[in-house]
Design a binder for this molecule. Structure first.
Ligand code: ADP
Ligand code: MG
Length: 535
């Protein structure tokens, strides 16, 4: 269908003979060509070509000033390499030599003068068919290239994400390992220090009591750092306390809690930090309020640190689909790409001595445990936004207040640890609260002691030679399913494994333990056991 094709085309006619131009124009008009540009001056060919971008050029060879070969040379230079522009040469001189030269110069086909209009139409149609097929192919290639580019971009950002996750996981493992090794040492230093204190206060001078106080507080500081590391890599526990948390209310609380840091603290120096908030009603999420508050205070403190010359902090919550989001942004110094990529790593800080580099690692750990995600947008000099997204999941029956009173009766407790000194320390703690204890240094001794006595509770270490804590717990449950078992454990991989399959364990307790942790754990497992027995 020549008409269908020609009607879509723009054509340029270059011939010094006006009657030829007119003839061609008339033929093409008959076929309703979209646009016909004719000229008898070959010097205008190039500019007309560039202006109209035709689909086909009809070109005479013998012309004054610029002949057809010269015009073809100009056009070849102007046409992009990947485009297909057909040139149809019109000539009376159609010797083999001329044909060869014209083909070499870029001609695609020939028409011999005088022109035969039906041949003109057929040859034009053929060339245009090729032209349009080529254009279509080019478009497909471009679309495909864009798709591929997008896919590649997505792939490389996924890859970047995986590398980052992997790096954080590896760091978590390492941190967990270090924390694990420090725990026993700290447990002993703190524990025996605390036990020694009342004796020393009675028998020694205030100078010696002071020394011991210093030792205890140094050990407490170290425990704090280890504890923060633990927060970074602690996996979610099966009995994690989750209550309904309103993130808008929580943000409100965090803002007023942190006010001393941003409000007027340096107003005298002319430095002012404004805090704007937009905290609409959002649905509650299941979470740990104390942990989530820590997330917000860390982010607000970082924002304050990032604005030594003052600025604006914005805290905004919103409800999007199945998530509640909370964004903390500042107009501060911002981060470089490397800083942004590494800021969640434990110990990464740009604040020298003033920073610990643990704040965001803790934030990361907490958000992970809530099944959420963190997005960071930042540009050096242009401020930073931390966007936190937490999925809305059903809140299981609220587990009551987080600080528990102590058990008000004496319990008979079996304490098992392959390090005798730790078993004794835990026993000391328990005795101080009025409980009765027995100790064992491995699982077989523990089982022997357990079956010869009557116990209300077992506390066991996880990593012991021979039968480990979990296996001991299972054996104890075989004998007396109603006796609660508390498992003491280090961190890192060990915890991960445990958290996922600890069904014969009633409570998992991280080391080092202190008196308060033990008291709380005892209360928790015994009240759960009572509820169980009543039902
Ligand atoms: P610290 O505050 O002790 O340095 P964090 O883990 O809280 O540790 O933060 C790690 C690093 O991330 C900071 O030292 C800083 O370089 C960068 N950072 C965190 N928050 C911001 C922020 N709002 N603006 C600019 N940089 C930030
Ligand atoms: Mg910080």
């Amino acid at each position: 269908m020549p008409k269908a094709i020609i009607s879509k085309a723009k054509l340029l006619i270059v011939d010094d003979e006006p009657s030829n131009v007119r003839l061609l124009e008339r033929v093409l008009e008959l076929y309703s060509a979209a646009e016909i540009i004719g000229t008898t001056d070959s010097r205008k060919a190039l500019s007309l070509f560039l202006e109209h971008e035709p689909d086909l050029v009809l070109l005479d060879l013998n012309m004054p000033h610029l002949d057809g070969f010269a015009v073809m040379k100009q056009l070849q230079e102007a046409i992009p390499a990947d485009s297909y522009l057909p040139i149809l040469v019109l000539t009376a001189d159609i010797t083999a030599e001329t044909k060869r030269r014209a083909l070499a110069a870029g001609a695609k086909d020939f028409l011999t003068k005088p022109l035969d209009s039906s041949e003109v139409v057929l040859r034009i149609k053929n060339l245009l068919e090729n032209r349009f097929l080529h254009l279509e192919m080019l478009n497909q290639v471009r679309d495909r290239t864009t798709q591929l580019e997008q896919a590649l971009e997505k792939l490389s950002s996924t890859q970047e994400h995986i590398v980052k996750q992997e790096r954080l996981r590896a760091l978590g493992m390492m941190a967990g390992g270090v924390a694990h090794d420090f725990n026993n040492a700290l447990t002993m230093m703190l524990g025996y220090g605390e036990l020694l204190l009342p004796w020393l206060q009675e028998h020694a001078s205030s100078k010696e009591v002071g020394y011991l106080h210093n030792m205890i507080s140094a050990a407490q500081d170290a425990t704090h750092v280890v504890g923060r590391l633990r927060e970074f890599y602690r996996p979610a526990e099966h009995n994690e306390i989750r209550v309904a948390v309103d993130l808008s209310q929580l943000a409100e609380a965090a803002i007023s809690l942190t006010a001393p840091r941003w409000k007027g603290s340096r107003r005298a120096e002319g430095i002012q930090i404004d805090l704007q908030s937009d905290l609409p009603d959002v649905p509650p999420i299941a979470g740990n309020a104390a942990e989530l508050r820590e997330v917000l205070t860390n982010l607000i403190f970082n924002a304050v640190d990032a604005m030594p010359d003052g600025g604006v902090i914005r805290v905004v919550t919103s409800h999007v689909g199945n998530e509640v989001t909370i964004a903390v942004s500042d107009t501060g110094i911002g981060m470089t790409e490397t800083e942004r990529a590494r800021c969640l790593e434990p110990f990464f800080t740009t604040k020298g001595e003033h920073g610990t580099g643990l704040g965001l690692a803790v934030v990361y750990g907490i958000i992970q445990r809530h099944g959420g995600a963190i997005e960071i947008q930042s540009q050096k000099g242009c401020g930073t936004t931390f966007l936190i997204r937490i999925p809305i999941t059903a809140v299981e029956a609220a587990t009551g207040p987080q600080s528990c009173p102590a058990v008000d009766r004496a319990l008979r407790i079996l304490v098992v640890d392959d390090q005798e000194i730790i078993a004794e320390l835990v026993a000391e703690y328990l005795k101080a609260d009025g409980h009765f204890t027995a100790t064992a240094v491995d699982s077989s001794e523990a089982l022997a002691v357990f079956s010869h006595g009557v116990f209300d509770l077992v506390i066991t270490d996880q990593s012991m030679p021979g039968m480990n804590g979990m296996q001991l717990a299972a054996a104890i449950k075989q004998i007396s399913p109603e006796v609660p078992v508390i498992l003491l454990s280090g961190f890192g991989e060990e915890m991960l494994d445990l958290a996922s399959n600890a069904n014969c364990v009633d409570l998992l307790l991280g080391k080092p333990v202190c008196a308060a942790d033990l008291r709380r754990a005892l209360f928790q497992v015994t009240s759960a056991a009572e509820v169980h027995a009543a039902a």
